[in-house]
Design a binder for this molecule. Structure first.
Ligand code: M6R
Length: 368
């Protein structure tokens, strides 16, 4: 039933192109983005003047990625918050606030309570969920199902990519309603999204390389992950995967923060995974990142660089180079996350752990 894979998580990693295609299917019709099960009218969407994204764990990381796209496309302010913090903080909400609650299971207690809090304050709540009829969509004003299929591995993989894609759909629907993007621009953005399952399929060609790398890193004491822009939440997610599966100390940092503290952690042989921005799409950030890598390499770090194919400038700084396909900047997390998922799973396996059932964790967290 693992479809010839050593563990379910690897099967689910492999299913990501299909999951992504299923998330996107049916959401563009006659030149318009359609959010099905959408009980919010176009007028409701036009009235939105602020967006909150609330979620936990991996779903929260998908929200952090969404912020870059939604703000850029809609010019609406977007705040992304851990559901467990949101409701105890007295956030400023009213009927023109859109709260996007992201939850694979749809049963996460903290996210559910955040939804209840938001609705009690008259905010509109849109759930992004992978489980039909779960409690969070039932209590929300509208729901966008990710249709990634059931996920057996406790560590979220295909549902994460599906959440990221669903978030992009919400961003485009808002841009369309508000007129911050012309219809032909919305159509173009959607076409770029539709090209992503094939790009993820290409990113999967790194699996064997990364599995071997994972076996080599099994004895490391800790790992760091660095990213910038949308690569920053990808770094956080890479670190979370490693903690939950390999029980290793792992941290994700915004590379710009290095000099403000984390660089003190760098020591001889410490593996550092770097998610490179596109050299064309984000030339300035790319150059800054190259200088970050050279700094950590000079201090003895073992650099594992995830970079766009053909990005030759990073070669001298990469002890290991993992090449991912070139895609539009905002969509890069869909491909750069793939090697990080495989890395965490394979380090865990090499350390002798059950990748599908990590200790102390449950697939859905129904207590606060
Ligand atoms: O079902 P949810 O998306 O609400 O779950 C949220 C988190 O518990 C979940 O993403 C968790 O972090 C996963 N184990 C990550 O792999």
């Amino acid at each position: 039933e693992k479809g010839g894979h050593d563990y379910f998580m690897l099967k689910e990693i492999d299913e990501q192109p299909e999951a992504l295609a299923n998330t996107l299917r049916g959401h563009f019709d006659r030149g318009r983005i359609i959010l099905d099960e959408q009980r919010l009218s176009d007028q409701d969407l036009r009235d939105v003047d602020k967006v909150f994204v609330v979620a936990c764990g991996t779903a929260y990381h998908s929200g952090l990625i969404a912020k870059y796209a939604i703000e850029h496309w809609t010019r609406l302010p977007v705040e992304v918050e851990l559901a467990s913090e949101f409701r105890y903080r007295d956030p400023v909400l009213d009927r023109d606030t859109l709260v996007v609650a992201i939850s694979q299971s749809g049963e996460t207690a903290d996210t559910l309570e955040a939804v209840r809090h938001a609705r009690a304050q008259k905010a509109r709540v849109l759930a992004i969920c992978n489980t039909n009829g779960a409690q969070i969509p039932r209590e929300s004003d509208a729901v966008l199902y990710t249709h990634a299929g059931p996920e057996v591995g406790v560590a979220a993989t295909k549902t994460f990519l599906a959440q990221v894609a669903a978030n992009y759909l919400v961003g485009l629907a808002l841009a369309q309603a508000r007129g911050t993007k012309y219809p032909d621009e919305v159509a173009r953005e959607f076409a770029e999204l539709e090209a992503m399952p094939a790009a993820v399929q290409k990113a999967l060609s790194t699996v064997e390389q990364v599995r071997e790398l994972g076996r080599k890193l099994a004895d490391a004491k800790a790992l760091l992950f660095l990213g910038r822009h949308v690569g920053f939440p990808v770094a956080l997610e890479g670190a979370l995967k490693l903690k939950e599966l390999a029980y290793m100390h792992a941290e994700g940092f915004a590379a710009g923060e290095l000099k403000h503290g984390p660089i003190a952690l760098i020591e001889e042989g410490l593996p550092v995974v770097v998610v490179m921005p596109s050299p064309k799409g984000r030339a300035v950030l790319h150059a800054k990142m190259v200088s970050n890598i050279s700094e950590i390499q000079a201090r003895g770090a073992r650099t594992i660089v995830i970079a766009e194919e053909g990005d030759d400038t990073v070669r001298p700084y990469a002890d290991e180079l993992v090449e991912i396909p070139a895609v539009p900047t905002l969509l890069q997390p869909l491909v750069s996350s793939v090697p990080l998922q495989v890395l965490a799973a394979e380090i865990a396996r090499a350390r002798g752990y059950d990748v599908d059932k990590p200790r102390n964790l449950a697939k859905s967290v129904t207590v606060e």
